[in-house]
Design a protein around this ligand. Structure first.
Ligand SMILES: [Zn+2]
Length: 383
C-alpha cells in the first residue's frame, strides 16, 4: 500500500521514541534497588492505622460534613471502602467496618487492624461543634464493630477539650481501646496547650499511646496546619506519653524546616516517640518511605500501618516505583488483589525490614480479644 512520505517520517519518529522510552525503562529497571535489603515477612502482622467512617445511616452516629460530601474526594473514599452511598443508605454504616473486616480476613499477612474512631471539634460550650466538624466517627460505632469482628481492634478518639474527656478515656480503656487517635489540624487541638496536661497524665496512667497526626493534612477539605507542627508534641513527650506521630509527619514545612526533619530531631531526643509507615508509598509522598527507612533517628521506632482505605486508591501503585522495583516485582504486586497484601508486598519489596512489620504487636498492650461487655457510656455534652 502507498504511504505518503510525511506519514512515513512520522511513523519512524514514533518508533524511535518508543524504542528510546523502552530502552530507558529497561535500563532503569536493570539497576532497580530497594531502599534497604529485602527481608522475609514475619507472621501475624498488625496494621495499627486503619480508618472507618460512615454517613450516619442506620443510626450509626457517624457524620460527614456537607462540604466533604460534595467534594470530589467523597466518591473516592466510598469506593475505596468498597461500598456505595445507596448500599449504606439501605444497609447502614455498619457495612463499612463489616467490609473492612471481611477484606482483612482474606489477607495472607495481616491478622488484625486497629480501626480508628475520630472525634470532632469541641466548641467553647463543651459540645461537639457540628458546623466545624468535617468527619465524626464515634467511639461507640468503632467499639461495636470490634465486638462483631475479632480481627478489628479499638482505636479510640477523644477530643481533650471535652468536659468529660478523662472519663471518656477511662471508658475507652475499659472497653479494650489500644490507643487514642487525634487529628489536631482537623479537631482543632493544640497539642502544646498546657491545659491538656491532665489528659496526658491520664493517658500515661491508662497506658494508652497517643496516635497524633503531624504534618500537613490534605485528606479533608480544610485544616489548621499549625497544629500539625511536630514540635507541638514536645509537651506530651516530655510528660512521658507514648506518642506515635504517623507517617514521619509527612508532609509540609514549619519555620522553613521540613516536618519530617523536625520529627526526626524529636525522635533523637525522646525514646517514647514512635512513627509509622502508613501512607508513605502514596504518589504525594514519593521518597518519604526511603527517608523513614534510612534516617538513623527512626531506627527502632517505626511500625507498620496501612492508612486504609487510601491504600486502596490510585494514590498507591507499584508503578510509581519503577527504578526501585524490578518489572517482575511490579507485576507480582499488581496481581495481588487484596489491598492489605499488596501494601505489605510493596513495602517489603522497597526494603521495609521485618522488625517494622512486627513492632506494633509489641508496642501495644493488646488485651485478649474478649473484652469487657459493652456498657453504654453515660450521656454527656456532645453525645
Ligand atoms: Zn490516617
Amino acid at each position: 500500500m502507498f504511504i505518503s512520505k510525511p506519514k512515513k517520517k512520522w511513523r519512524r519518529r514514533v518508533a524511535t521514541a518508543a524504542l528510546g522510552i523502552f530502552s530507558f525503562m529497561l535500563g532503569v529497571s536493570l539497576f532497580a534497588r530497594p531502599y534497604r535489603p529485602i527481608e522475609p515477612l514475619p507472621g501475624g502482622i498488625v496494621d495499627m492505622h486503619c480508618h472507618v467512617a460512615g454517613i450516619g445511616a442506620g443510626g450509626s452516629g457517624c457524620f460527614v460534613s456537607p462540604k466533604l460530601r460534595n467534594s470530589w474526594k467523597f466518591g473516592i473514599y466510598l469506593r475505596s471502602f468498597g461500598v456505595s452511598r445507596k448500599e449504606l443508605e439501605q444497609l447502614g454504616d455498619d457495612l463499612v467496618p463489616d467490609r473492612v473486616a471481611a477484606t482483612l480476613g482474606q489477607s495472607k499477612y495481616i491478622t488484625q487492624a486497629v480501626v480508628l474512631a475520630l472525634d470532632g471539634v469541641i466548641g467553647s460550650n463543651g459540645w461537639l461543634d457540628t458546623n466545624l466538624t468535617e468527619v465524626y466517627v464515634p467511639n461507640e460505632f468503632v467499639l461495636a464493630a470490634t465486638a462483631r469482628h475479632p480481627n478489628l481492634r479499638f482505636g479510640a478518639s477523644v477530643n481533650p477539650y471535652r468536659p468529660d474527656a478523662l472519663e471518656r478515656l477511662t471508658w475507652a480503656k475499659e472497653h479494650g481501646a489500644v490507643l487514642v487517635k487525634w487529628l489536631p489540624a482537623i479537631m482543632h487541638i493544640d497539642p502544646s496547650d498546657p491545659r491538656l496536661e491532665p489528659f496526658y497524665r491520664k493517658l500515661i496512667e491508662l497506658k494508652l499511646p497517643l496516635l497524633s497526626h503531624a504534618g500537613q493534612e490534605r485528606s479533608f477539605s480544610g485544616a489548621t496546619d499549625s497544629y500539625g507542627d511536630p514540635e507541638k508534641l514536645r509537651l506530651p513527650l516530655r510528660l512521658g506519653v507514648t506518642v506515635i506521630a504517623p507517617h514521619i509527619a509527612s508532609t509540609g514545612k514549619y519555620d522553613g524546616e521540613r516536618s519530617s526533619e523536625r520529627l526526626a530531631r524529636l525522635a533523637a531526643e525522646f525514646p517514647n516517640l514512635y512513627s509509622d509507615i502508613s501512607s508513605l508509598t502514596q504518589l504525594n509522598k514519593l521518597g518519604y518511605l526511603g527517608e523513614a527507612l534510612r534516617a538513623p533517628e527512626f531506627s527502632g521506632r517505626l511500625m507498620y500501618g496501612s492508612d486504609f482505605p487510601l491504600v486502596n486508591t490510585a494514590l498507591v501503585t507499584p508503578w510509581y516505583y519503577w527504578g526501585r522495583l524490578t518489572p517482575r516485582q511490579i507485576f507480582a504486586i499488581t496481581r495481588e488483589k487484596n489491598p492489605w497484601d499488596a501494601d505489605v508486598l510493596l513495602k517489603q519489596a522497597l526494603g521495609t525490614p521485618a522488625e517494622i512489620f512486627s513492632r506494633s504487636a509489641k508496642v501495644f498492650d493488646f488485651p485478649p480479644a474478649a473484652k469487657t461487655p459493652f456498657k453504654p457510656r453515660a450521656l454527656s455534652p456532645g453525645s
